[in-house]
Design a protein around this ligand. Sequence first.
Ligand code: FAD
Ligand code: UDP
Length: 363
Amino acid sequence: MKYDFLIVGAGFAGAVAAERLASQQNKKILIVEKRNHIAGNAYDEYDEHGILVHRYGPHIFHTNSKKVFDYLSKFTGWRFYEHRVLAKLNGSLYPIPINRTTVNKLYGKNFKSDEEVAKFYESVREKRYPVKNSEDIIVNQVGKDLYEKFFKHYTKKQWDLDPSQLSASVCGRIPVRTNEDDRYFTDKFQFMPKDGYTKMFERMLKHKNIEIILNTDYKKIINNIKFDKMIYTGPIDYFFDYEFGKLPYRSLKFKWENINTEFHLKASSYNFVGKEEKFTRKTEYKYLTGQKSNSTTISTEYPTMKGDPYYPVPNSKNHTEFNKYKNLADRIKNVIFIGRLAEYKYYNMDQIVITVLQKLKMI
Ligand code: FAD
Ligand code: UDP
């Protein structure tokens, strides 16, 4: 048997590519996935208490792209859901992203308009030009105190780097608001897949042209498989046997607890922004999924360098290292490198879908 495509990885990048190539171009696909499940880091499953959890941390779908939303809607219904996060600082809870309520509560102010809050930010901000890193981008908007309270320690824990050592785009993911909007995202489409991500992936991959091998590193079988082209969604440094050394990828360890109460936290996620706790985030999944149950399951995230790669670490040094691999990758004509690990890009799920559709010219 000869396949048109060998696809390494059954996460968003691999699954969207497989689905499009099989259903639109009648290509024969073999997906090789080293984990024992599909859906990559978006994988969800019911835990032993019957609660639907995201095994690799909270995944909230949000996009401004109608194309992405319409495309995924072929494989899932949706549950309207807007994510809200509280930052825990010295025992108190504040809305994050920083908004008018955050400022009023923290500084005992009574600002009532956007203008008053904008004036306040103007009075405390430190101008940084050019904005070169993740410290600059926050301090430039809201000054040192808010930066140190909400960004400095969380970022250090998450990346084991000071914000000044990370690209501006990292902390720049989090907006600063003058109004009372306490949603984490403001995208046009904010929904969770009705039956979960794994079910959505099952429907995407249920096609007569798609075969899947789980529990298998592609390097173990590649010499026994005949294929024309490869789509590679794993870590790019591993593909090239670490020729230029290992690229840093950040990972997480999760602690899971089930509590015998309907809801435990006051919001879906708490960001622990102080340095007292070693962990960054707690998430209560029932808020995300809308599931009804007498008990509730919560995950706590402990960032680490060991374990499966979850996050590329965006800064100029790592970008330079990545480019050495990219130069090699660009020379290999029958392999397409796509996804968060293969492109070393801090992509959200919707950005992966757009990238795959564009790279395969199907948008
Ligand atoms: P992955 O999902 O990592 O898939 C790659 C697959 O390749 C994996 O399954 C891996 O096992 C497999 N693989 C790797 N090497 C090999 C090999 N040698 N052989 C065979 N298989 C291999 N995005 C959002 O939009 N919203 C969110 O709220 C959000 N929250 C997140 C929270 C956390 C904690 C994390 C880590 C990510 C979050 N993301 C979120 C990002 C989202 O997970 C990614 O954008 C998306 O899953 C990336 O898809 P991918 O296919 O590129 O990579
Ligand atoms: N961040 C922070 N404090 C917060 C939230 C985010 O310092 O309360 C910084 C931190 O560096 C984090 C980055 O902003 O890694 C991006 O946050 P996001 O919530 O998007 O992270 P993800 O959900 O991808 O882990």
